[in-house]
Design a protein around this ligand. Structure first.
Ligand SMILES: Cc1cc2nc3c(=O)[nH]c(=O)nc-3n(C[C@H](O)[C@H](O)[C@H](O)COP(=O)(O)OP(=O)(O)OC[C@H]3O[C@@H](n4cnc5c(N)ncnc54)[C@H](O)[C@@H]3O)c2cc1C
Ligand SMILES: CC(C)=CCC/C(C)=C/CC/C(C)=C/CSC[C@H](N)C(=O)O
Length: 483
């Protein structure tokens, strides 16, 4: 759409006003990076129609908060790590707990206290599938980490395809197009391992099956490793912290439409919005849309007067329900009549039509005081259940012997992978950028953060017509030889 080469200003003046639509991690990180690149003078307005944090949110039970959206962060997610450092926030390590896999009749796989025994069991059941898988994920992570070097050197990409190509060549792009199961079978991973281990991980993390693309499959598997952390006090604090650090103006308003305004050589964008106080309209030099634009998500944003016309993007988002339950887990349902003998903190499930939930896990509050311990199943505890639909009373009574409360969050959670072909564009119009296309490669806090840094760099280079910093090839080599 549009021609990215058209300049907004001919005179080399910096932009005076930039708008970001959405104050999730993507929008907040964008505001922060825009401030870093464009300097202290530019006005950065961030529009948010709901809560700062977006899909990073908590629910409160008994005066404690629990993550109901994005909850875990990988130890090699360096943007998230850097935000936490810069904001003076603290890490919260995962409190160890054992995982089991349930197939609707019995627990088919269980972690024990003995690492070597677990390894032996995996080898006995699946051969060397798990070693092959581990090496595959490590290799992908290693290539993915190149992005931090490229971005530190100021390089930007005009599309998600260009970004992926620079990290892992055509192999990475192909991984966004072919099913995870095909890639793993080709790798020599057994069908049994795919059914009993990989499928349960895809169900808990993306609510979908092993036909999701291999790239997001690898992101999901990285999210099942044991080097994970979260932000003490709640992940959404990163968003409010970044907005503050960026000295951005937060406007609690829903942007209802956007249209380009040409006046001679000058191109600006008019944003119309609705706030509690009424409707408003503002002009901006650069606009970043940091929210999914698929119809099923309902951003309420309309594109007006774009030639050629431009509208919502194809594809849909996947509905996932997170239910935070305070109660007594019905361990009999999993084949453990005596709750004292149920050793698991989380139960994943295989792809079984009769199962009405994807996973159930005992969860820790966002503030873990010293000496915190997980509740035993014979005690009332706090559990998070992921399911494709809201749980009815009888389903809740199946999973819990009794419960005090059940708080439901219905998310348009992540792309419904396979509902659209190809990856959405980053550049929608000369100075109008779209962040959330990256989710179609993989949806995670760090993916939105990587996209945020990329868009801030791209907007800066486009504004200053620095074409040599965009879509450069062979960056590994170039960086090695740069002074
Ligand atoms: C249940 C669940 C669990 C997850 N678990 C993890 C996890 O453990 N680890 C991980 O890394 N990721 C996880 N994710 C994914 C992660 O949460 C998302 O990828 C990430 O938060 C997306 O951030 P974002 O800022 O790009 O989008 P969003 O958070 O969706 O932000 C978009 C914002 O834009 C606002 N907005 C929309 N339209 C308008 C408008 N017209 N005007 C003004 N504002 C508007 C919205 O209100 C929203 O606040 C999970 C997601 C879900 C739903
Ligand atoms: C972007 C890279 C390289 C790694 C990110 C790995 C990661 C943290 C993936 C998590 C993905 C995700 C959408 C998880 C959802 S569910 C999380 C958790 N199991 C929960 O119970 O909330």
């Amino acid at each position: 759409v549009g021609n990215p080469e058209t300049p907004a200003h001919e005179d080399g003046a910096p932009p005076s006003r930039i708008a970001v639509v959405g104050a999730g991690i993507g929008g907040s990180a964008t505001a922060n990076f825009l401030r870093q690149h464009f300097g202290p003078e530019v006005q950065v307005d961030v529009f948010e129609k709901g809560e700062v944090g977006g899909r990073l949110a908590t629910v409160t039970v008994n005066h404690n908060e629990y993550e109901s959206g994005g909850s875990i962060i990988h130890s090699l997610n360096l943007h998230m790590q850097e935000f936490v450092k810069q904001l003076g926030l603290k890490y919260r390590r995962n409190v160890a707990g054992k995982t089991a896999v349930f197939n609707s009749e019995e627990v088919i796989l269980e972690e024990t206290d003995w690492y070597l025994l677990d390894l032996f069991r995996l080898w006995w059941r699946y051969g060397i599938s798990f070693i092959r898988l581990q090496m595959w994920v490590e290799e992908i992570m290693e290539k993915f980490m190149r992005i931090y070097k490229y971005q530190a050197h100021g390089y930007a990409f005009s599309s998600v395809e260009e970004l992926l190509d620079s990290l892992g060549g055509s192999g990475f792009i192909n991984m966004t197009r072919r099913p995870l199961s095909d890639s793993l079978l080709e790798l020599g991973v057994s069908q049994r391992f795919i059914d009993e281990v990989i499928a349960p991980v895809m169900r808990v993390n993306y609510g979908q099956n092993v036909s999701i693309p291999a790239f997001v499959g690898a992101v999901s598997l990285a999210g099942a490793q044991n080097n994970l952390w979260a932000v003490e006090g709640g992940n959404k604090q990163v968003c409010s912290g970044l907005l503050k650090m960026a000295n951005a103006n937060l406007l609690k308003a829903q942007v209802t439409s956007i249209s380009p305004l040409h006046s001679g050589e000058l191109l600006q964008y008019q944003l119309n919005f609705t706030a509690a106080s009424g409707v408003g309209s503002e002009l901006y030099d650069i606009v970043v849309l940091a929210t999914p634009l698929q119809a099923s998500v309902g951003s309420g944003l309309q594109f007006q007067d774009f030639a050629p016309p431009f509208d919502e993007l194809p594809g849909s988002y996947h509905g996932t329900v997170a239910t935070i339950v305070h109660g007594y887990l019905n361990t009999s349902f999993f084949g453990f009549p005596d709750p004292r003998l149920f050793p698991f903190a989380s139960v994943l499930t295989t792809e079984t039509p009769s199962l009405f939930f994807n996973s159930v896990a005992s969860v820790c509050p966002v503030n873990i005081s010293a000496g915190f311990r997980r509740k035993q199943p014979q005690e009332a505890g706090i559990y998070k259940v992921f399911s494709p639909q809201s749980l009815d009373k009888s389903q809740l009574k199946t999973l819990f012997r009794s419960y005090y409360s059940a708080q439901v969050t219905e998310w348009q959670a992540y792309p419904h992978y396979g509902s659209s072909q190809g990856l959405p564009p980053v550049e929608l119009h000369p100075n109008l950028y779209y962040l959330n296309g990256i989710e179609w490669a993989g949806s995670a806090m760090e993916m939105s953060s990587v996209a945020a840094k990329n868009i801030a760099l791209l907007a800066y280079h486009r504004w200053n017509k620095q074409t040599d910093m965009v879509d450069q090839k062979d960056l590994m080599h170039r960086i090695k030889t740069e002074l």
